[in-house]
Design a protein around this ligand. Sequence first.
Ligand code: F0G
Length: 465
Amino acid sequence: MIASKSLNEKPEIGCVQRCIEPECGTEYDLNQRVYECPRCAGLLEISAPSVSIESTEDLRNLWRSRSSSCEAKDRSGVWRFRELLSFSEDAPFVSLQEGNTPLYAAPRCAGYCHLDSLSLKHQGANPTGSFKDTGMTTAVTQALVVGARTVLCASTGNTAASLAAYAAWANLRCAILIPHGNVSHAKLAQTLDYGAQVLEIDSNFDDCMRLARELGQEQLIYLVNSINPFRIEGQKTVAVELLEQLNWRVPDHVVVPGGNLGNSTALGKGFTELFDLGLIGSLPKLSVIQAEGAAPFARLFSQIDLNRFKSAPIPDNLLIPETQPQTLASAIRIGSPVSWKKSLRAVAQSGGWIISVSEQEIADAKAIIGREGIGCEPASAATVAGIKKLVAAGRIKQDEEVVAVLTGHVLKDSDYTIKYHRQALFVDERSGQTSEKENPFTTNFGNSTVQVEGKKQAIIEKLMR
Ligand code: F0G
């Protein structure tokens, strides 16, 4: 239950960074610059803060009232929920007014999935066009708290754009490692425009991530990938915002795409903390969808009894990385996800599923989301493709309440979208990139342009046809 203290009292933070390995559990001070447990190399997470508000109703009202406040901190959809964050009131918070993203009813997507209804939580409506901003605001704030001067991440594109923007805002040097030739133009353009130093590595994301972890050991560099537990803290507030938008009715299912598995980890942590505080009475089933060619997590799920891992230690070698991940959804072309243990635990505790979908399924689902007038980038569409598959398999019932989290804006990968609609989307088996030669997609929901003579009558004739 919530501890009793008055609203005006300065909250006592009392949080630590804690190793997630049950047999280790070592705690570290919040200001220690560690990204994994120095004792056992386990992942770290921030312990839940003790919330100092008298009742759950007071807390809900306080959060809602901040939506109409003019204070910068209240206008952020992350810092609005600061009772759940491990920062002191006077922390130099870095915000681009992230969060407060829309929750859309999506009847066409619902029909496509054979559901009565389906909602889309569009994280692409964040300042840099992806869900990364909700975690970047807290991670870059923490960079200032620990006195960092240079922040660094490895990225498939969105983390890069987000970090570059927040670093620029906070006046920090920013370095980005990306896999050469494997990041969409839009994401690269954003990152360059925000002034980051972009280093292209002649390899895949997993190698960039390995290098980033090595570089993070240098005192000069502050690592801001989702292995950094302060990223997860910001991202977990999406769970709170979603519940608020649903008037605190817990949906049956929340479905996210899975790459490095920070997002599913964060949502799982958010829902669990709300449950522990008594703000919700049950957990939604949290399901993760991967692309078939980059699906080590889905493969693992199909091979184990997930119930065993709700709280028991998870062996390090349980997940077999995919050495050559392939998918046109380049955001989730990841073979060795860093946060897989945390995500596995979150899915296990919620009773959800982890599955993969094909390139064709992702492409068609993306077009359907576009037809709603909403749109998203390819990786985000894996959710709707996955929901369709889970409904067909009887895992999701037709009348259940389902939320898909769309992670990136429709303009994040316009090359992909144009090629789909022009029937020119192909997959190169080896690189997982578009290719003019191999494996054509069927453009099931295409909408290609029409050439027409620049005369009124000619246009009318085309329109009538
Ligand atoms: N969707 C989008 C649009 C993404 O950019 C990512 C990850 C994911 C889903 C997967 O989320 O990694 O938390 O499981 N993008 C990272 C990046 C890897 O570098 O931008 P995850």
